[in-house]
Unconditional design. Structure first.
Length: 492
């Protein structure tokens, strides 16, 4: 069984999705979802331990040679992302039961869980596969199921958000597959490792440069890189709360992994960042995302929408680490990828719990909710402090690495901008704190009760994790540094 863990990582949620659809009832479908979600972190942890012990793990589907078949290839880079996606799915699963029942019509609940497990399988498949076209297949699997989850939101604007996401996602996927087709034309293979070997001889050829452009733009649409982020705010704001939690914590992170894999492992950082003007462009877009999205977030009245724009800005920090193309830069980017997943999952669970009690997350409608739901909002506040980068939280660690990397590159101004950008985060987080704690409860908020235990437990696990990983960085920063070494080890 241990030899087939890579296949189980993808097949288990796919079979779970089928089973959830067949049982048709909310209760059994949720049980299937919880069992599968709890199994995922175990499998990914075992794979990570195996990679750390043995090195790269190669799994040939059907026993076919990778040059003509599909290979699942796991190194410390994607093993780390597999663990992230799997851990998030396991932690947030208990939150789903009451939240989904309150926001999704009962006859659609089982289908919602089926779509969630399908999306989970797709994201894990993108991460684990070593085949460029197979990554496209899983990209579509995760995207189509995500569109369906978003469209199930009870706000009619969820349909518009899902349609907008579908259009942008389809464009992104089309760009990506065109780029992969050009790479196949030039190298004669779809295996990512083999493409990386063969592309060296033709890396300056025009079709390769065009493939790079198509793939970068296509994946940038998926990861919501500014200014290709227009689908994200509405998708997060109007999706069911559980869908928002899951997508905010995982979907963009997997797209960022795919972006890093192609830039560093396939095209080679030495070529991309030295021969092409990628560094200034990516830094400019990252800084624009950090400041532009954070500024827009300040003026949002819908708290889910506020933190959706915040996610666009936080993606900017991660891509900034990639643009620096150094050990500290990549380490900071990957640490922030891990930290942001924990932080945004916690914040959106807290907002989902508030929505469960008062049926709104508009600022004026939840005024004073911190006094009625103190445990919920205290955990959200802790996650927000990490979002700012307060010392002692996980967010501080990743921003520290990014500042150090900026100073190493001789760009003191970039380090200054990273510090300055945190002030914008203070402003919109301050709005949330003021609304929740410094206003008198009124209307439904005055009658609200604390969130149920099955919502509080995952919320506090994530909130406390942001503190723990701000003190003990061996797992997050240690593994991220190893991932950076792997990506930079193919520097050409």
């Amino acid at each position: 069984m241990g030899e087939h863990l890579p296949a189980l990582q993808v097949m288990l949620p796919l079979f779970g999705a089928l089973l959830a659809a067949l049982v048709r009832r909310p209760g059994p479908a949720w049980v299937v979802t919880v069992v599968v979600s709890f199994a995922m972190p175990v499998i990914s942890a075992l794979l990570l331990l195996r990679v750390l012990d043995e090195g790269v793990v190669s799994y040939h589907l059907g026993g076919w040679d990778p040059s003509i078949g599909i290979e699942y290839r796991i190194d410390v880079v994607n093993a780390l992302v597999l663990l992230l996606v799997s851990m998030v799915s396991g932690v947030i699963a208990p939150f789903a039961r009451l939240s989904v029942l309150s926001e999704i019509p009962e006859d659609r609940v089982a289908w919602f869980y089926s779509m969630y497990l399908t999306a989970l399988a797709g994201l894990l498949g993108i991460t684990i596969t070593g085949d460029a076209f197979n990554a496209f297949v899983f990209l579509e699997i995760s995207s189509l199921s995500s569109y369906a989850m978003i469209a199930m939101g009870r706000d009619r604007r969820a349909l518009v958000a899902a349609y907008q996401y579908l259009i942008m996602g389809t464009i992104g996927a089309s760009f990506y597959v065109i780029g992969v087709g050009l790479l196949y034309m030039m190298t004669g293979t779809l295996n990512i490792a083999l493409i990386a070997e063969r592309i060296i001889a033709v890396e300056s050829a025009r079709p390769v440069l065009v493939a790079l452009a198509f793939i970068v733009v296509g994946i940038s649409l998926k990861l919501a890189l500014f200014p290709l982020h227009v689908w994200l705010p509405n998708a997060y704001a109007y999706a069911p709360s559980f869908a928002t939690v899951f997508l905010a914590a995982t979907a963009t992170k997997v797209a960022i992994y795919l972006f890093a894999r192609f830039i560093f492992s396939v095209f080679g950082a030495g070529f991309v960042f030295s021969e092409l003007p990628v560094t200034p462009i990516l830094i400019a877009l990252s800084v624009a995302a950090i400041f532009g999205a954070s500024a827009v977030a300040i003026f949002q009245s819908n708290l889910k929408r506020m933190f959706a724009y915040s996610s666009v800005g936080q993606v900017g920090y991660i891509t900034l680490g990639l643009a620096l193309a150094s050990v500290n830069g990549l380490t900071g980017g990957f640490v922030h990828l891990l930290n942001h997943a924990m932080v945004k999952a916690a914040i959106f669970i807290g907002l989902g719990a508030a929505f469960f009690r008062v049926s709104s997350v508009v600022a004026d409608d939840v005024a004073g909710i911190g006094r009625r739901m103190p445990l919920t909002m205290a955990a959200v506040a802790i996650a927000c402090f990490s979002l700012i980068g307060v010392p002692g939280t996980a967010g501080f660690i990743s921003k520290w690495f990014l500042i150090v990397a900026s100073l190493e590159a001789g760009w003191w101004w970039l380090g200054f901008l990273i510090v300055l950008s945190s002030m914008l985060t203070v402003v919109y987080v301050g709005r949330l704190i003021e609304v929740a704690w410094f206003r008198e409860p009124a209307g439904p908020v005055a009658e609200a009760e604390e969130a149920p235990i099955e919502m509080l437990v995952p919320l506090w696990i994530l909130a406390l994790a942001t503190i723990y990983f701000g003190i003990d960085t061996e797992l997050t920063a240690g593994l991220s540094e190893q991932a950076a070494d792997v990506l930079l080890g193919v520097l050409r």
